[in-house]
Write a protein that binds this ligand. Sequence first.
Ligand code: MN
Length: 204
Amino acid sequence: MTTYTFADLPYAYDALEPVIDATTMQIHHGRHHKAYYDNFLAAIKDNPLNGQPLETIFAHISKESAALRNNAGGYYNHNHYWNVMRPNGSNAPSGALLDAINSTFGSVDACKAAFKDAGIKQFGSGWAWLIVGKDGKLAITSTPNQDNPLMDTAAVQGTPILGCDVWEHAYYLHYQNKRPDYLDAWWQIVNWDYVAELYAKATA
Ligand code: MN
């Protein structure tokens, strides 16, 4: 049985400043993420999938309600997002992950540019993703709303190793309508060590 917990952020609300301001983090984690969590618990309560890992739920999500899809997605996606960020990230990918990025995209900069493009072109609310596809190769994609690439409904499916929230609630207080500026600044706080861990697991 999986217990669905609501975790504190792994750092202080103001730890990601100036890239993401403390008020945005407080509202995002304490209100938006908390609402997805509470609504997920309500939606899964009487479902036979209750207690299953989220990955299992996502693999069958096309047969489930919109409430479960949106809130299970919101719960998972935000947990992922908090953990792929850290104060003073600003390191760079290395090792096997760096090799995979170079062979797939040509360079880290080209990977970042493709990721930014996916984030900008996601119309309305959603997420930009770097994933390990079912072929074991890296790919960049985006999903609308709180969908993610683990869902059987996703156009491009795979295991997320780096996801960026491009809902306006993630950046609007500081960046207003300038989503590209948020996506540019965001690399400063990416926790590449954690991304590398997810890559290793996904390719094991
Ligand atoms: Mn969000």
